[in-house]
Design a protein. Structure first.
Length: 717
């Protein structure tokens, strides 16, 4: 059996923006459901960026990451108090030099956004636990810290990196105690009126103006942190395509206290969610400055669609940010000169910021999906002239994509419980539970028994540490929910000796689940009881209503696999005995899937469960996740070596190796697909520079010896 896999999406980018007041007498737009964005100050965010500004960890000139005026003000305040230099000031040069030498520390520019709901104490404790490799100790992994721990622990693997992280956190805690706590409370925490005004402007004016874009990009909510140390270049932590309401943005508080500067900065930051896609569409190589300029121009496009007044003020604000003043007829030309962008990239941006077309009839939906399939093929290098016609179906492999109610139900339940685990990539879709709660509330069935027991079950699952729990439905691919309940209840009762439990459809599953849950019968019984109730009071009806759309999604996956991937990889997979099996996409899963191989000598017994794409345009992410899952059946001790004493680090090594394995397979057998694969997996962990090979190799770093062994195994296959 193959262990749990983690692939937790998070797209990151750098950025800034500004927004305008409504014209006199203009009616405020009606707030919509998407405006779940909170504008606030947070000590963990402000302290972190304060420290990076002090040590001058910034190599940008045009749009600095940190506010130079802020550093001067802090220096004056410390001098006046007679406490300069603090420990942080004394270590500034040493830390700046060390951070600049290791590209992994570029993640520091985003780190507090990975803990948007944590307290300062929680974030500091989490970082110290990561540095000491003690993230499993009680009280560390909480709902507020889990996502941040997953990302940071997956990046800082080396002992020297963790030691430097510990040194920096120690300096931060000292800085908080001797200076920043009082300074922050007096100057920023108490100025709630500034944040309140920005919140009102966002809710009444800005969010409604760009609502179609936010909906299309699945950016319906999150937190906007106004942070005084941040420069005009802000930060966006988007999450993956499954995350709709937990994005985080950090933007500046300029010295002139300009509401528009902070708001427009947020609009520009959100535009980074499409900049990389537009660059790929345009087919160009873009520098960091070109990407930054593209985000500025994107924000202007968004406001031009529905907020003419804001459009004018937006351009004026961004000109002011680079020291340019222009009015009237000169405003447009000055803005375009200051933020020059290649015309092909501008055209690609226009296509990406346009609102998604309305979905109408079933026939219209099918027509749209056919168009999207063509676009996917073109993006991945497939020639339109070779696209299968409606009369001639593509050659099928032995892999069949199929929706199964017992699989969806089980992963639905664990996603509601949020039975996740440490690691850079989460097991379940991050916003799934929220989406389901809203549906249940609309139907008047919230909370169900599962909802009521979610907290208790989450703690029990974490304490029991039962890996096989995340694979249960894969061991029973042929049974339906009622039969699954019968079998699992029998396992929990220790009564599986009857003939009904030795039949071929459940025999292997009874053995596997029985062995792994032998010491956790009470947990299994309570979990099955809650899931059975969930099926009866809510999920049965919900699943039936989703079947048609699910079938269309699965058809997208099947088509892409059969028509794009199989012609290129079929012979390789056949040699590796990976040419057939069952694929069960499931909505509750994140991009990190599950795979089991019941019989090593049977090429048709692999069973895989992977994410369901939120839109048909992301079938490629699902297919690439599937390819990566297959890699777990290729990786063995010959590649990664024998297990080490640290289970978390060893599993993380296997995950990174699997991601690199998928890229290598494509490099050898389908090189035109490799850039898109790298980008999908960089987006998954929120890495910047998501079109570059260097970023991919840095994020999914492997020891050169491990990498060479992996190459040999794949090439030999």
């Amino acid at each position: 059996m193959t262990g749990s896999r983690y692939w937790h999406g998070i797209g990151i980018a750098l950025a800034t923006l500004t927004l305008a007041a409504p014209a006199a007498g203009q009616n405020a737009r009606r707030p919509t459901l998407l405006q779940k964005w909170d504008v606030l100050a947070a000590p963990q965010v402000d302290l972190w960026y304060h420290a990076l500004a002090i040590i001058e960890f910034d190599d940008r000139e045009d749009f600095p990451l940190y506010n130079p005026e802020y550093v001067s003000r802090v220096w004056d305040a410390k001098q006046e108090l007679g406490i300069y230099p603090t420990r942080l000031d004394s270590l500034a040069g040493e830390l700046r030099k060390a951070f600049s030498k290791d590209p992994a520390f570029q993640q520091f520019h985003f780190l507090p956004l990975y803990f948007p709901k944590a307290t300062l104490e929680q974030m500091m404790q989490s970082l110290k636990a990561i540095a000491k490799k003690r993230i499993k100790q009680e009280g560390i992994l909480t709902d507020e810290t889990r996502r941040g721990i997953q990302i940071v622990s997956g990046t800082f693997q080396k002992g020297g990196q963790r030691k430097l992280l510990a040194k920096f956190v120690d300096a931060l805690e000292n800085e908080w105690d001797v200076f920043y706590r009082d300074y922050w409370e007096q100057n920023f925490a108490s100025d709630s009126g500034y944040y309140t005004r920005i919140q009102q402007r966002w809710t009444d004016e800005v969010a409604p103006a760009i609502e179609p874009f936010l909906t299309k990009q699945r950016l319906q909510g999150g937190r906007i942190f106004i942070s005084p140390a941040v420069g005009p270049e802000g930060r966006l932590f988007q999450g993956n395509v499954f995350r709709r309401t937990e994005s985080a943005v950090a933007v500046w508080w300029p010295q002139w206290d300009d509401l528009d500067a902070s708001l427009f900065s947020a609009v520009r930051e959100l535009c980074f969610s499409v900049v990389d896609d537009a660059i790929v569409t345009a087919g160009i190589r873009a520098s960091e400055k070109a990407s930054s300029n593209a985000a500025v121009r994107c924000g202007a496009m968004l406001l031009a669609q529905d907020d003419p007044e804001g459009f004018v003020e937006y351009r004026r604000s961004f000109l002011r940010a680079v020291g340019v003043e222009a009015e009237g007829p000169q405003l447009a030309s000055a803005f375009e000169d200051a933020y020059e962008v290649d015309e092909s990239l501008l055209e690609a941006l226009r296509r990406h910021v346009q609102p998604a077309p309305p979905r109408t009839t079933a026939r219209a939906e099918r027509s749209g999906r056919a168009t999207e399939r063509t676009d996917i093929g073109r993006a991945l290098g497939a020639s339109p002239r070779r696209r299968p016609s409606t009369e001639a179906k593509p050659a099928r492999t032995g892999w069949t994509v199929k929706a199964e109610p017992q699989t969806d139900l089980w992963f639905h339940a664990l996603a509601v419980i949020a039975a996740d685990e440490p690691g850079p990539l989460g097991l379940y879709s991050a916003d799934y539970a929220l989406k389901i709660r809203e549906i249940k509330q609309a139907r008047g069935v919230y909370p169900t028994m599962l909802d009521s027991l979610a907290g208790t079950l989450r703690k029990q699952i974490a304490k029991a540490d039962v890996q096989n729990l995340h694979f249960v439905p894969l061991w029973f691919p042929e049974v339906k929910p009622d039969r699954l309940f019968e079998v699992l209840n029998a396992i929990a009762d220790g009564n599986t000796r009857g003939a009904t439990f030795s039949r071929s459809d459940v025999r292997v599953g009874v053995f596997q689940v029985g062995q792994s849950m032998s010491r956790n019968h009470r947990l299994l019984r309570q979990l099955v009881r809650a899931i059975e109730d969930e099926w009866n009071v809510f999920y049965r009806d919900y699943w039936e209503k989703q079947r048609a759309d699910r079938g269309a999604h699965n058809a997208e996956i099947q088509t892409m696999w059969d028509s794009v991937m199989v012609p290129k990889l079929g012979e390789f997979l056949k040699r590796r005995r990976l040419s057939a099996g069952l694929i069960m996409p499931s909505p509750g899963l994140g991009p990190e899937g599950r795979i089991i191989d019941i019989d090593n000598f049977d090429p048709a017994d692999q069973i895989v469960s992977i994410q369901v794409p939120p839109t048909t345009t992301r079938a490629d992410a699902t297919v690439f996740a599937f390819l990566k899952e297959l890699c777990f059946l290729i990786i063995n001790e010959r590649v990664v070596g024998p297990p080490t004493g640290d289970d978390l680090l060893y599993e993380d090594l296997r995950r990174r190796t699997a991601v690199r394995c998928g890229a290598l397979i494509l490099e050898f057998y389908a090189p035109t697909l490799t850039p898109r694969y790298r980008r999908v997996f960089l987006d998954a962990v929120g890495a910047e520079e998501s079109a570059t090979q260097a970023a991919f190799e840095r994020v999914y770093m492997l020891d050169p010896k491990v990498y060479q062994r992996l190459r040999q195994v794949i090439r030999g296959g």
